[in-house]
Design a protein around this ligand. Structure first.
Ligand code: FAD
Length: 571
């Protein structure tokens, strides 16, 4: 029987917070008799996405913190963690708890759209009203795309123009002061908690689909699980999640008015790590433990009052959030294809491989090896595990693996190095590694930025490559960053810190580290070993630039039979 007063199922997903949540506000505006705050483990996240222990930890932090905050507002309530896929569990919950309204934040990720359509149609069948509100970006990505003439947003100028049509970003909504009770939480069905494979890194791709076990877990208590209950190794990152920490971090940033008003991304140091030089709010934005609109408006308030010279869009903090919206808009328009080259109408096709030579008569690549060649595969592995022999690249990849976050320009450096500025390996493979290790991994931002860095979309100045030697020297001539993340190099003289292979043997011995091998060995005769560079960077840069030039020409004139309308097709 339909309930007399609204009974709300509030489904937390990308919005693990109580502050500035338009969806939660809409739920509370119904003045419900009861509100069930739930989270469902989504097998898409548990099984299909690559999620390392650091991001798991961050997610569990967010859930625990949210649950505690809910209980503070109503001691009878907490986050109810469901151990089943939304596509199957929600319909059962709607019935078991006699729900009248299902409410959640809008998610424009390709998979989320499919999932939500499915859930919405189930709710409609059950005569349950569904309320969906946007709160994840400054602008609703679908509205942004509409205001951009129905096209994906591929530049910051397009975002700005579209934003002008849409008007100012909506102001944050107030944080609730109380929450309704949940109703009876007993279930007439059992649910189990899926467990990820203990160490994602050590397993082969094919194993991933088949070898997960289902961990029964404590049933019926709806508790946030721990990493060990999930069968995961402990996290190695010091970065912790949750709305409480997010709001504290935001207060700290905003209290430094000069930092906030003069923030200019290109002049922040990618080598700064303790503390970092940018806000490190991205994981909070990813999990929704910090509202981007709250961040935006608090920055705007500072900019309105600040008397000194301010930085401007696109390098200032507002500009950074607009970049985020740009990638969300591009993905909203292109769907699944945005995260890949195949059938992505806006991603240039590049035949990623190891071009050994460019034919000077026509500028086309000759005698190239396919990506599967042992050399490319070993370059990829050495890049991933921080053993390229280029200390700047290795330190960044080790920081990424250990801490789950690296500075934006550090991401530039390693992404350029893997693709068009060194290895000439497909950006999609690099994006997969980022997906696994980043704590702020966002499908749209990750895919979009990888396309930018590989010059396949958004950006095309392929002749501008990052040198792994000159670039870090600009902000860290003494190599503190490298010494920290590659401790085997910590006693190298400053002048060799980015090029240790140039150090004479006597210096190497004095520093207690020999430069030799390909990264397989870590010590020899009790002395530590750091690998030789895996290639001559300057030679590779020239080869890559020539190859990209040729790939651009192929894209432009379509003289590659495998490329049609800018996309790859099998012959
Ligand atoms: P700040 O410089 O303090 O910026 C403030 C906020 O603006 C960030 O928290 C973030 O939400 C947003 N932002 C800033 N720069 C960008 C950008 N270029 N694109 C999108 N949003 C931005 N960002 C992600 O959030 N998730 C990803 O998966 C991701 N993958 C990336 C992959 C590559 C190859 C590159 C080059 C960049 C990637 N970025 C990604 C963008 C950017 O590096 C991070 O958002 C940023 O470094 C986060 O640090 P911060 O919070 O200190 O940023």
């Amino acid at each position: 029987m339909a309930p007399a007063k609204p009974r709300v199922l509030y489904w937390f997903r990308t919005d693990l917070r109580l502050h500035d949540s338009p969806a939660l506000k809409a739920a509370l505006d119904l003045k419900p008799e009861c509100l069930y705050p739930i989270w469902c483990w989504d097998p898409h996240y548990v099984y299909r996405a690559r999620v390392g222990p650091n991001r798991w930890q961050y997610l569990l932090d967010c859930q625990s913190d949210l649950s505690a905050s809910i209980t503070k507002l109503n001691p009878k309530s907490k986050l109810l963690v469901l151990r089943e896929a939304p596509q199957t569990v929600l319909a059962k919950l709607l019935k078991a708890w006699n729900i009248s309204h299902l409410v959640f934040e809008k998610d424009t990720d390709a998979y989320a759209r499919e999932r939500d359509e499915h859930v919405i149609s189930q709710a409609k069948e059950a005569k349950v009203a569904v309320i969906v509100k946007m709160g994840r970006t400054l602008y609703d990505p679908d509205e942004l795309v509409k205001a951009n003439g129905g096209k994906p947003t591929m530049s910051i100028t397009q975002v700005q123009r579209a934003a002008e049509k849409l008007g100012e970003v909506t102001k944050p909504v107030p944080t609730p002061e109380s929450l309704p009770n949940p109703g009876d939480i007993s279930l007439d069905f059992e649910h189990t908690q899926p467990s990820p494979k203990p160490d994602f890194n050590d397993i082969q791709r094919d194993d991933k689909e088949t070898s997960y076990t289902h961990l029964a877990g404590p049933k019926g208590d709806f508790a946030v699980p721990t990493l060990s209950e999930l069968g995961l190794k402990p996290a190695t990152t010091q970065h912790r999640g949750g709305e409480t920490l997010a709001l504290r971090a935001l207060d700290e940033i905003i209290s430094n008015t000069t930092y906030t008003a003069t923030f200019s991304k290109p002049s922040t140091a990618p080598t700064a790590f303790d503390p970092q030089s940018t806000t490190l709010l991205s994981p909070h934005h990813h999990f929704g433990s910090l509202s981007v609109r709250l961040f935006y408006w608090r920055v705007k308030d500072i900019l309105r009052e600040y008397k000194g010279k301010q930085s401007t869009i696109p390098t200032n903090l507002v500009g950074q959030l607009l970049f985020r919206d740009m990638y969300f808009g591009a993905q909203a328009a292109l769907g699944y294809s945005f995260a890949q080259t195949s059938s992505n109408s806006h991603c240039r096709f590049v035949p990623w491989h190891l071009p050994s030579k460019v034919d000077p008569s026509n500028g086309l690549i000759t005698g190239h090896h396919h990506i599967d060649s042992p050399e490319a595969e070993s370059w990829f592995d050495r890049w991933k595990w921080g053993k390229t022999g280029f200390p700047w690249i290795d330190a960044l990849m080790r920081q990424l693996r250990q801490e789950g976050w690296i500075h934006h320009l550090g991401r530039h450096a390693v992404a350029c190095f893997l693709t068009r500025g060194g290895c000439y390996i497909d950006w999609e493979r690099g994006a997969e590694v980022f997906e696994e290790w980043l704590i702020d991994h966002e499908v749209s931002c990750n895919s979009g930025n990888w396309q930018w860095l590989s010059c396949t979309a958004f950006y095309s100045q392929f002749y501008r490559c990052y040198s792994p030697i000159a670039f870090p020297k600009k902000t860290d001539a003494k190599g503190y960053f490298v010494r920290h993340f590659c401790p085997e190099l910590k006693d190298f003289p400053d002048k060799f810190i980015y090029e240790p292979w140039k150090a004479p043997m006597a210096d190497q011995k004095k520093a207690g580290c020999l430069i030799k091998g390909d990264g397989q060995e870590t010590e020899e005769g009790g002395i530590r070993v750091y690998p030789k560079p895996m290639f001559d960077f300057n030679a590779r840069r020239t080869i890559c630039i020539d190859a990209i030039k040729s790939a651009y020409r192929v894209n432009l004139y379509g003289d590659n039979p495998r490329v049609k309308d800018g996309t790859w097709r099998e012959l």
